[in-house]
Structures are given as structure tokens and as C-alpha cells.
Design a protein around this ligand. Sequence first.
Ligand code: NAP
Ligand code: MG
Length: 452
Amino acid sequence: MNYDVINPATEQLVESIEMNDEDCANAAIERAAAVYPRWRAVSHADRARLLRRFAERVDAEVENLAALEVREAGHTISNARGEAQNVRDVLHYFAGAIERHLGDQIPVDGGIDITFHEPLGVVGIIVPWNFPMPIAGWGFAPALAAGNTVVLKPAELTPLTAIRLAALAHEAGIPPDVFQVLPGKGSIVGQAFVDHPKIAKIVFTGSSAVGKQIMAGAANTMKRITLELGGKSANIIFDDADLERAAATAPYGVFDNAGQDCCARSRLLVQRSVMDKFMTLLEPAVQGVKVGAPGYESTEMGPLISAQQRKRVASFLDDSVDIAFTGTIPAGAGYWFKPTVVLAKTAQDRVMTEEIFGPVVTVFPFDDEAEAIALANDSIYGLSGSIWTENIGRGLRVARGVEAGALSLNSHSAVRYNTPFGGFKQSGIGRELGPHALASFTETKNLFIATS
Ligand code: NAP
Ligand code: MG
């Protein structure tokens, strides 16, 4: 069976891709399991060298990969370029990290006690369509570095960059069965990963609903899991913030990638005393977001990924929702959606509680610091968030009070490859990236050596 990849900015066919069925997926997992003993036996230095060579191949193809992502996902060219470069940087980071993945030597009586970090086996990575390249890399780079073999399922909508990345890995000398990309349906190939006893770990990014199914399914064979799920992150604006900067940057904290970002700051909590002033500053900032053909260098926001996603996003804006103002979109083909600012009536409104995954931000007032923290935490999610205040003590207090894994003070910092990323509560389990990520791609083995 084939799947037609559609360009979301033009609604035209990009390429038709052959999908794997369950038998293909199972055969691929068996091959990954068969080659695992040989891959884990490759020395750390040689594995690092192969990953660096892979990184160099990616670097040489940044423009190609970026152009593919513009076509299959409608990402702006500047974002897409950064996403390809992120894969390169993540490969270099874990190539360096694996040679520094130190064990312990623990003082004990009667001998010597040491720990080893052993690879897990075959790691199954399931990737969503919103950031196809980086999210794939955050899984495969540490997994391969640590000595695991990898099977990776891209999202049906966006398989092309993952397929190209696998080819680059193989050109760099990583054996084909060590890193396999398997386009296919979540319910078939993804499910095969969850069910197969030879998969040791699942790395999943996507919806909380599927994340819960994967967690339940993984229990059968006690698979390790890392889950990066949804978010409804808060952007908290205090009255002592640099309001001009906060308002100028707020649209980019939520409308980047057309809001299809698990870190989108989609709840804008504003101290009541500065609400009017802030909204006056926000309106021109939202109207200034350049929405259009994603291949143009100056474009800041492209289309949504699919007609279905546009329908889903639109379903949040029924007659009961109070729209404050919107930005503009191009006419013609493409799954465009206006950057939209809505006002919630209560903290329980659907636009305040559910992940919309489109360019919609909900504004809600608060009176004091305690209420700001309580509102930010009034969510099943806890992924990211921003705090704007010139009072550093308040900034730190609020940052410590907000239940979320990746916060920024006076910025909307993107995910960095050298710092941990992941969610509290139903935003997920585990952390990717940063200095500790290899721990979740290895088991700790303790060895006691008797000396007497
Ligand atoms: P999804 O269903 O969770 O898809 C994510 C990945 O999981 C895709 O590769 C998908 O394959 C696969 N998958 C689906 N069902 C599976 C199953 N039963 N077993 C194993 N893998 C499975 O997300 P979606 O349907 O694309 O998007 C729906 C909503 O999820 C969005 O509107 C958004 O709210 C949220 N979302 C969040 C993130 C995030 O980064 N946190 C990313 C994407 C979506 P297919 O491609 O075949 O579906
Ligand atoms: Mg789905």
C-alpha cells in the first residue's frame, strides 16, 4: 500500500511512499535484533566516529533536507534549515557524550564495586509530523551512540526527511540494519513496535491519547518508555515585565510552526492591572506575523499540516468563543489558519484546557503571583512555559512553582540539545537531550569484584 505525501501549502502531491505492513515491520525488528550484538561490540570511539561522519553528511545536505521539510510539512525555510542543523548538532553532541558516559566506582567492603552502562537492545522510535527531523534525531542519536539498534517510524504525513536521514546514515557507514526507517501507519508499524518482544524501549512523541495506549501496551513486555506528549503551556506576564518585549515576542512563542508545537505557549496569563496595555501592544504584533508561502526567507508562519488538522483547530472556535483579534493569511490553496487571539470566560473553557495544536492563543487575567501559579498549574499538562517579570526573585519563585519541565524567564527559548527536555504530569515521562539523556538508553549494571 502507498501513501501520498501532500504539500500542505499547495495541496499538491509531493511523493507517493510505500508503507510497511506488519510482516515488514516484524522482519525489520528481527534484523535489528540480529545485528545488535555486532553494533554494541563496536568500540565507543568508532561508534562516535560513525555518528560524526553521519553528522557531516547531514551538514552537507542541510539545504536539501530543509527543502524537503518545506514541501512535506509546510515548515518555513528558516525553521526547516534550523531543524536539519539540529539533527547534525544532536549527532555531534551524543558522539561526544558516549565517550564520557562515566560509570561509578563505589567504596564497598571486601572488594571493588563498579557500574557499567549497557545498551538496551532494539529501540523503537515513533515520530509525529510536527517536527519530523529534530524529534527523530533526539531519539536515534543517543540510542545509536549508546550501542542500541534502531527502528524508526515517521508520521504517515511526513516520512520524507526521515527516509533521507537513514540514507545519509548508511552512506556514512552505519550498517543498514542498525538504523532502519519504516514508513507506515501508527496502528500497524507503531503497534508492531509496541507488541514485539524484541523491542526493549519505545521512544514516542505525539498525542497523549496514543501515549497512554503505548504505555499500557509496553507493560506486557516491560518495555522502557520515553513519552513526549501534549502541552497547554502558560506565558505569564507580570505587571513589572518589559511589556513591549513580552508583547512583541508572545506571537512567536505560540504561532511558531503554526502552533503545531507541543511547547506552544497557548495560554497567555496577563496580570489584570496591565491587561489593556498588553492587549494594545499585542494586536499589532499578531497582525505583523508574516504568514505565507513557507519557501520564502521572510515567511514566519506556514500552513497547518492537513485539512483534517485545520478542521480540528477550527472546531475550537465555535460561536461561544470570544475572538479578540486575528492576523492574516494568504488566499488560495493551502491549509492556512489565521493567527488567532481569544479571550476565555473561565479557566475551564475548552480553549483554556485542551491542546489546540494550531495558531490559537487564549488570554486570561490574574491578580497576583499566587493566582498566576495556580492558573498555570490548572492543567493536566506540564511541558513548557514562559515568565515575564523584571523582578528576578519573583521570576525564580514562579519558575519553581510552575509544574512544567522546560521553562524560560523573559524569553521563549526553544528546545536546546544540551539541556534536558520533557514534561511533568500528562505531558510525558522521561527527559530527552542534555547531559543525562544517555541514562535512558542504557541499563546500569553493577559488578562486585572480590579482592579477598
Ligand atoms: P498521534 O496519533 O499521537 O501520532 C504520533 C505518532 O504516533 C505518529 O507516527 C502516528 O502514526 C503514531 N501512532 C498513532 N497511533 C499509534 C498506535 N496505536 N501505536 C503506535 N503508534 C501510533 O498524533 P496525531 O493523530 O498525528 O495528532 C493528533 C493530535 O496529537 C494533535 O492535534 C496534537 O494535539 C497532538 N500531537 C502532539 C504532538 C507533540 O509533539 N506532543 C505531536 C503530534 C500531535 P500515524 O502517522 O500513522 O498516525
Ligand atoms: Mg493519530
